[in-house]
Design a protein around this ligand. Structure first.
Ligand SMILES: [Fe+2]
Ligand SMILES: [Fe+2]
Length: 293
C-alpha cells in the first residue's frame, strides 16, 4: 500500500470528523499564560459541559459525598485548566471509536493523558523543547493508531497479525503494511486541521525523534514521555519515591540519551518530578475515567 493511497483516502472529507473549534480554542488557551479557566467556560459546547460536570462530581475531586457541582464555572475551578484541557483535546479522537466495544477507549485515554503530563514534566525538568507544545503533542501522539483502526480496518488486521504472530512492534508492522507508522498518519491529520508544526512534529516523530529536523527537542520529550507512560502503569501501586526510583532509574540513561551532564543529585530531582506527576495523574485518572466502571 503506498503513501498516496492512504493520504488521499484520509483527505476525503466525509471520512473524518471536522476539527471542533472548541479544541482549537482550548489549545490556544493552554498556550496563553494569561488565560484562565473562566475563559474556557465561555467556549464550551453542551457535550463538553456535561462531561466536565460529571468529572467535577467524581470522588477524586472530593465532591461526591457532600455536594453536587452544577455550575460549569465551579466545575472548571475544581478540575483546573490543565486537567480540563486533557479531557477536551481527547474528545474528537475518542468520538471516532464511539460505540466500538472492541476498542479500549479508557485505556487509550489513560495512556494519552499520562504521556501528555509526563512529556511536559520531562520538558520542564531538563529544558527540552516547548512544554506547552509537548503537552498537547504528548496527549495526541497516538491518534494515528485510531485512524488506522477506524478507517483502514483490513490493513489494521494484517498489521495486528504481524504483531501477534511475528513479534513485530506496532511501528514496524505498520510500516510493513501501510508504509508509514501511526505517528506519521496522525501528524498528517493534524496538519490537515492546521495544528502548529511544533505540535505535529511531536506526533510524527514520537517513535523516531532523531528524524525530526525542526522540533527535535519536542519530539524527544514526547518519545521519553511515551516510553515512561508505557512503563508506569496507571494501576501500579507505587507506595513511595524510593520504590519508584528503584524500579525506574535504570530505565533511562539521561546523560547519554540527551547529551546532558546531570549530576546524580540532579537525576534524583528529575525522577522526583516524574514521580510526583505520575502519582497525581494516577489519582486523577482513577477518580474520573475508571469511576465509570
Ligand atoms: Fe505510538
Ligand atoms: Fe503511545
Amino acid at each position: 500500500m503506498d503513501n498516496d493511497y492512504i493520504l488521499n483516502k484520509l483527505k476525503k472529507v466525509d471520512m473524518l470528523p471536522t476539527f471542533p473549534g472548541t479544541v482549537g480554542t482550548v489549545m490556544s488557551l493552554i498556550q496563553d499564560p494569561m488565560s484562565s479557566a473562566a475563559d474556557l467556560a465561555k467556549n464550551m459546547d453542551p457535550s463538553m459541559v456535561s462531561e466536565v460536570l460529571r468529572i467535577a462530581n467524581t470522588a477524586y475531586f472530593g465532591t461526591k459525598n457532600f455536594r453536587n457541582i452544577s455550575s460549569i464555572e465551579h466545575a472548571i475551578a475544581i478540575i483546573g485548566l490543565e486537567h480540563l484541557s486533557s479531557i477536551v483535546i481527547q474528545m474528537p479522537f475518542i468520538s471516532m471509536v464511539k460505540g466500538d466495544t472492541a476498542f479500549d477507549r479508557e485505556k487509550f485515554m489513560e495512556h494519552s493523558i499520562m504521556c501528555g503530563v509526563l512529556s511536559k514534566a520531562i520538558s520542564l525538568s531538563v529544558r527540552l523543547g516547548n512544554p506547552n507544545e509537548v503537552y498537547i503533542g504528548g496527549m495526541m501522539h497516538d491518534i494515528g493508531a485510531i485512524i488506522f483502526y477506524r478507517y483502514f480496518r483490513n490493513e489494521w488486521d494484517r498489521a495486528y497479525s504481524l504483531v501477534r504472530d511475528r513479534g513485530m512492534t506496532w511501528p514496524e508492522a505498520e510500516k510493513e503494511v501501510f508504509s508509514m507508522d501511526h505517528g506519521y498518519i496522525g501528524a498528517v491529520l493534524l496538519e490537515l486541521w492546521n495544528i502548529p508544526k511544533g505540535i505535529t512534529d511531536c506526533v510524527m516523530f514520537h517513535h523516531c525523534p532523531d528524524k525530526a529536523t525542526e522540533n527535535r527537542g519536542n519530539a524527544t520529550a514526547v518519545n521519553l514521555g511515551n516510553r515512561f507512560s508505557k512503563l508506569i502503569n496507571i494501576h501500579d501501586d507505587i507506595p513511595n519515591f524510593d520504590d519508584f526510583l528503584g524500579r525506574y532509574r535504570s530505565f533511562l540513561n539521561l546523560n547519554e540519551e540527551l547529551g546532558l551532564q546531570l549530576l546524580p543529585s540532579d537525576e534524583i530531582i528529575f525522577y522526583e518530578k516524574i514521580y510526583a506527576v505520575a502519582k497525581e495523574t494516577q489519582h486523577y485518572i482513577y477518580g474520573t475515567v475508571r469511576e465509570k466502571e
